[in-house]
Design a protein around this ligand. Structure first.
Ligand SMILES: Nc1ncnc2c1ncn2[C@@H]1O[C@H](COP(=O)(O)OP(=O)(O)OP(=O)(O)O)[C@@H](O)[C@H]1O
Ligand SMILES: [Mg+2]
Length: 505
């Protein structure tokens, strides 16, 4: 076989109630970038956990062959020492350690003692490669989410892998950082490193991959050279088994009275003195309106939502009016009591209680509102959650499944469902479709449109440009903590958002 470096043969992996992988075979060539695409819960991450040794050879059926040799992995360390580097979907870092320590964790140079000089020198080289201008000794807590993601990639690179696996590496990256990553991967390819690239962003897949494998419900549907997937529609059809007629729906609507007014919101920068991450921002939200907030990662968009919601309070000053009346919101609890809901960006950190079932996570914020006598009405609770579960097409054996066991995208759906069920008057959503597959995105935009038509007022922070300009009725753009402009329906396009997003630089 010509220059095939890796083969996964007839891999089957079962969980209670789920066949995550069903007789899956793929191969990877030397110096190739193979894209793997598929719906949330299709089995992509599970396949990579088999490859990396996260699931040991005893925990699945099938075989992994590397450079013509059958591999038996009993741990991730085994996979790593054979040349497989895995970059996970969720970034885990030791926040209070240095960049160098994070990159070389468990892999430090030197035999008896750690060779710090070599570690710092090597780290500097890696940082230069991706254009991060920070000292290797910088404490990781100081990095932004894009830099953290890059750090995870560098940690993989430090092991000199033959195969680099990236599972949705760009969810936290700005367009510029994505460019850096793409160039970096192209260089690696030239050096003969092979790469498996998983993403829900079709433009990235088309841009970087030599071949694309589609997985659906644990089965390989097809692998083709990228150029032989004639267009996006064909690929999406293979992924979700149906056509998407209309990705974005937006019913023309006339927003009503102002329901929320924020005046002179100031959020001080957490580490830099005399700088504001949100700098004297004022805006209004109308009934039945979807107000988009655009800008680059780190411009202060999430902080606006968090501060208004009472999640961020340290040093914050603000005036908030709901239906024309001034209110004092100093905790999420008071925000919820005033009819505000919040779908947060960081699902792992703030979105759910991962040791609880889908059922209990979904009904959590709604509990005081469910019909009850003395106790929670279990039947009503379950019925409502079941409805969300079906509407959002959550892929799980049942509503009693633990959220921690769901695929990344399905966890995000549970969080969305949880707030939709609560049916707040005002809903904040932060990067709502991060990690969500294209089919579900289309469903979700339809749900948002219906909610706005029914009178819910929504503020959506999004870095997904097509989504921002297609879903919003009006857009505010932030740059470096300042509100640099507002775009009405007929001014909304990607160029105008970009222009304002860099206006404060
Ligand atoms: N530890 C586990 N216990 C039970 N079920 C699991 C476990 N891990 C994964 N699953 C199930 O296996 C299936 C495949 O999940 P996987 O995480 O591989 O999907 P994915 O393709 O990576 O999806 P996404 O795009 O949402 O990340 C899902 O139905 C998921 O719920
Ligand atoms: Mg996944």
């Amino acid at each position: 076989m010509n220059d095939v470096i890796l083969e996964m043969r007839h891999v089957t992996k079962k969980f209670p109630g789920v066949i995550a992988l069903n007789d899956v075979s793929i191969d990877l060539r030397k110096g190739e970038i193979l894209g793997i695409v598929g719906e949330n819960g299709a089995g992509k991450s599970t396949l990579m956990k088999v490859l990396s040794g996260t699931y040991t050879s005893r925990e699945y059926e099938g075989e992994v062959w590397l450079e013509g040799k059958k591999q038996v992995f009993n741990s991730v360390a085994d996979g790593r020492s054979t040349g497989i580097a895995m970059i996970y979907q969720e970034v885990n870092a030791f926040l209070d350690s240095s960049i160098a320590e994070n990159i070389y964790v468990g892999n430090q140079p030197g035999s008896m003692f750690v060779d710090y000089k070599k570690m710092y020198d090597d780290t500097k080289k890696l940082l230069d490669m991706v254009g991060i201008e920070a000292s290797p000794k910088t404490i990781v807590r100081k990095l932004n989410s894009g830099q953290l993601q890059m750090l995870a990639i560098l940690r993989g690179m430090a092991t000199n892998p033959k195969i680099l696996v990236l599972d949705e590496p760009t969810t936290a990256l700005t367009d510029k950082e994505v460019d850096v990553l793409m160039n970096f991967l192209t260089d690696l390819k030239k050096q003969g490193v092979s790469c498996i690239y998983i993403s829900h962003k079709m433009e990235e897949i088309y841009r970087i991959c030599d071949r694309i494998t589609v997985i659906r419900d644990g089965n390989v549907i097809e692998t083709r050279e990228t150029k032989d997937w004639n267009n996006n529609d064909e690929l999406i059809q293979a992924m979700i088994g149906r056509k998407i007629e209309n990705m974005y729906v937006k019913t023309p609507r006339k927003p009503g009275d102002v329901v929320l007014e924020v005046k002179d919101l100031v959020v001080p920068h957490p580490t830099i003195r005399n700088r504001n991450i949100v700098n004297h921002v004022s805006f209004k939200l109308r009934k039945g309106e979807i107000l988009g907030i655009g800008g680059l990662v780190g411009a202060g968009r999430s902080e606006i939502l968090e501060a208004v919601f009472g999640k961020l309070t340290e040093g914050v000053s603000k005036t908030v009016l709901i239906n024309g009346k001034e209110v004092s919101i100093n905790s999420p609890k008071t925000a919820i009591a005033h009819g505000i809901g919040f779908v947060t960006e960081e699902r792992k950190l703030t979105g759910f209680v991962d040791t609880m079932s889908i059922l209990h996570n979904t009904s959590l914020p709604s509990l005081p509102y469910l019909p009850k006598k003395l106790f929670i009405d279990k039947k009503a609770e379950k019925e409502q959650v079941m409805k969300q579960f079906t509407d959002m097409r959550v892929k799980a054996p049942s509503v009693n499944s633990m959220v921690i066991n769901l695929s990344g995208g399905n966890q995000q759906k549970v969080i969305l469902g949880k707030w939709l069920m609560k049916n707040p008057d005002i809903l904040f959503i932060d990067e709502p479709t991060k990690g969500i597959d294209v089919g579900t995105k289309a469903d979700f935009y339809k749900i948002l449109d219906d909610l706005a038509n029914s009178g819910m007022s929504i503020i959506m922070v999004s870095s997904d440009m097509p989504e921002l300009v297609s879903v919003s009725d009006r857009i505010l753009v932030m740059s470096n903590g300042n509100l640099t402009g507002e775009l009405s329906a007929d001014e909304m396009n990607q160029a105008n958002v970009m222009r304002l997003a860099i206006a404060g630089d």
